[in-house]
Design a protein. Sequence first.
Length: 170
Amino acid sequence: MYETQLKSLDSLSGALNQKLTELRQVDTIILQKAISKYTNYRQFILQNVNDTVTKEEANQLQQFFVCGKNLLDFSDNRIAILARGTLINSQVNKLITDIKEHSIEENILIQCSLQEKENAQKLVIASYSQQQLFQANLQEFKLSLYGIENLIRSRNNGQMPTIIKDSIPL
């Protein structure tokens, strides 16, 4: 019983750590740059786009706002998932230590093991889902930028405001 649970928890720990590593490796520079663009463009739009827009501009604005908000949410969710992953990892490692030392009763071991497996599985699924959403929203956000920048220029005498100008394209 102890050996079976130990092997199972070792595998679980490996899968969880792999998924957390993938989530840590998300390009945070691109993420922060996109969030910065979103924040700056959003501020300008809210202050300067008060009149009627075309249907195409409205669609681009909607896409821009939804994707930008989703990128902000991903940034927050990423931090929460990584923190939760650290907690689950420490709990799994403690349980592995208890198994190796045979300092836990079998019925409690089974219950704790099932609970940790369930929590880890939920976290792996959430991590994967967040990574997929990030990629999709980043692509949609990038697609919306051309139209948004044209809208900003049309409201600012053909120029991008100084705060928005940057030398590194997204």
